[in-house]
Design a protein around this ligand. Structure first.
Ligand SMILES: NC(=O)c1ccc[n+]([C@@H]2O[C@H](COP(=O)([O-])OP(=O)(O)OC[C@H]3O[C@@H](n4cnc5c(N)ncnc54)[C@H](O)[C@@H]3O)[C@@H](O)[C@H]2O)c1
Ligand SMILES: O=C(O)C(=O)C[C@]1(C(=O)O)C=C[C@@H](O)C=C1
Length: 360
């Protein structure tokens, strides 16, 4: 008999997990406080609404401020099931479960897939959301080994790479790699409110890269930032110190005559950023790879992208990444293709031979 996974909270995360597990042959049942949300997840193929049978594993994918209580309720409702949650913060959820269900703690294992989107709800769900992404498993000190193995099995099935961490270590890590980036993106994007329409119209790839996650849900992120405030505070304080140093350096450069030494602060700011950026792992947690990139002009009409993918496939080259930019006011788009450096020139030749206009 296949494993029965019950998903509670069928928004972006819950529905994506349901889609991924259903495709792998798991039996998935769906529950949400909103009947429309669970019915929608069912209609999208994430599982069934048959919630009477006892699950082997419950995955709680509800908003962070209710997760602890929902986990405790699920532990009480299903006395032989393992329960995990996927909330973006772990110590506060563990504390709540310890408070509300301490005798059942051996069946609870916190977790957090490091994959998501800036959009919420089942309509934004993707079956491959977790492919090649890290899924952090945060057992409590009293979690059973069999419970940890079950959560690991489900994360593996969704295509993730699992790592074990305790909740405090996890929260300190995500403060730097997830929560600070969200605050920075939102602050940078918020500055655009005061910029003229003509200035915003100049937006290129730089501002798009830095602000994609500024489109995230304010309510969800208020919960995440509040729940992780103790770990986030020192990271934000460091950023504030660095920002003040940049402000002071700019004031010294702008003075008449410009003060000496201030340009060093600006150069160090960019150079330190290079060092930090170079530490971000590449695909599947591998060391960063410097990909070769080619920019291909694509006519803005149906079928163009499919034809481009077909021609890349014909050249037997694997696309590592793709980014598409629509040229303003023109009937073309630009597709930036990233491939392994060794095959960049071969791809250029193949695409040019197929009639594409290719640029560096
Ligand atoms: N969005 C991301 O990128 C991301 C990534 C990793 C982890 N997470 C975590 O996953 C969880 C869900 O996030 P999401 O982006 O899927 O949110 P979402 O808003 O898309 O979905 C949340 C769902 O939970 C339901 N819900 C609310 N209260 C409930 C309750 N008491 N019982 C049952 N269902 C309830 C809502 O109706 C909604 O359908 C959060 O804890 C979040 O921290 C999010
Ligand atoms: O890429 C996105 O849009 C995300 O929402 C991703 C992201 C992240 O910071 O990596 C955001 C919060 C989640 O807890 C996990 C993943």
């Amino acid at each position: 008999m296949s494993l029965h996974v019950r998903i509670v909270g069928t928004g972006l995360l819950g529905t994506s997990i349901g889609l991924a597990l259903s495709r792998k042959g798991f039996r998935v049942s769906l529950q949400d406080i909103s009947p429309t949300a669970s019915a929608l997840a069912r209609d999208l193929g994430a599982g069934s609404l048959d919630v009477a049978a006892a699950p082997d594993l419950v995955v709680v994918a509800a908003p962070p401020d209710v997760v602890g209580q929902v986990v405790a309720d699920e532990l009480a409702a299903w006395p032989s099931a393992v329960v995990t949650d996927v909330a973006s913060v772990k110590a506060s959820v563990l504390a709540e479960v310890q408070r509300a269900a301490v005798e059942q703690l051996h069946r609870y294992v916190g977790s957090h897939p490091m994959a998501g989107r800036e959009r919420s709800g089942a309509v934004a769900a993707q079956a491959d959301l977790f492919e090649g992404r890290t899924w952090v498993i945060c057992p409590s000190p009293s979690s059973d080994d069999t419970a940890i193995d079950l959560v690991r099995r489900v994360a593996d099935a969704a295509g993730s790479v699992t790592v074990l961490m305790d909740a405090a270590e996890h929260d300190a890590a995500v403060a730097a790699v997830s929560h600070l980036p969200q605050v920075a993106a939102s602050l940078v994007a918020a500055r655009l409110r005061e910029v003229s329409d003509d200035a915003v119209a100049l937006s290129g790839q730089g501002v798009r890269d830095v602000t994609r996650i500024a489109a995230s849900d304010p309510l969800m992120w208020t919960q995440i930032l509040s729940a992780n405030a103790p770990a986030l505070l020192p990271v934000i304080e460091h950023l504030a110190t660095d920002l003040e140093a940049v402000r002071a350096a700019l004031a010294r450069v702008a003075a008449d005559p410009p003060a000496e030494g201030a340009r060093g602060v600006l150069a160090h700011t960019i150079a330190d950023g290079q060092l930090g950026h170079a530490r971000i792992p590449g695909k599947h947690g591998a060391p960063p790879t410097a990909y070769g990139t080619l920019v291909v002009v694509i006519p803005d009409r149906p079928g163009s992208l499919a034809r481009l993918f077909h021609d890349v496939g014909e050249a037997e080259i694997n696309l590592e990444d793709i980014r598409i930019e629509h040229a303003r006011g023109g009937p073309v788009g630009l597709a930036e293709l990233s491939v392994l450096p060794a095959v960049t020139e071969r791809l250029r030749d193949a695409l040019e031979a197929a009639g594409w206009s290719v640029h560096d």
